[in-house]
Design a binder for this molecule. Structure first.
Ligand code: SF4
Ligand code: SF4
Length: 98
């Protein structure tokens, strides 16, 4: 089992998905996000006509289903931080690495 004490959860350093309701000037305001598989997309992305989340949240990756990523260990992200870009209407984790 993943030892939560040995590795802290990965933080969201930056997110360019301004269209997302959780985005605040390049920062994510959700307490945590999930990243889906098989592609490294933010599953928490939502485009609503309201802004959600918490100001200055220290957002973490709660879970990641992208097993092919070198940073993925037992469905948790072990990268110190991740960056998310917005491409083709999708919020993509560009810290993903094979
Ligand atoms: S796309 Fe994901 S990481 Fe970016 S602001 Fe929205 S919920 Fe946060
Ligand atoms: S860096 Fe890899 S393990 Fe971490 S969230 Fe992105 S795809 Fe998942």
């Amino acid at each position: 089992m993943f030892n939560a004490k040995s590795k802290s959860h990965s933080q969201i350093i930056e997110c360019e998905a301004n269209e997302c309701s959780f985005n605040q000037k390049g920062r994510c305001r959700a307490l945590g996000i999930n990243v889906g598989g098989p592609e490294p997309l933010c599953d928490t992305f939502i485009n609503e006509d309201l802004k959600g989340g918490i100001l200055n949240a220290a957002t973490k990756v709660g879970a990641c289903k992208v097993k092919s990523c070198v940073h993925n260990r037992l469905l948790q992200c072990t990268a110190p931080g991740i960056r998310v870009i917005f491409e083709n209407n999708r919020a993509l984790c560009v810290t993903y690495q094979l």
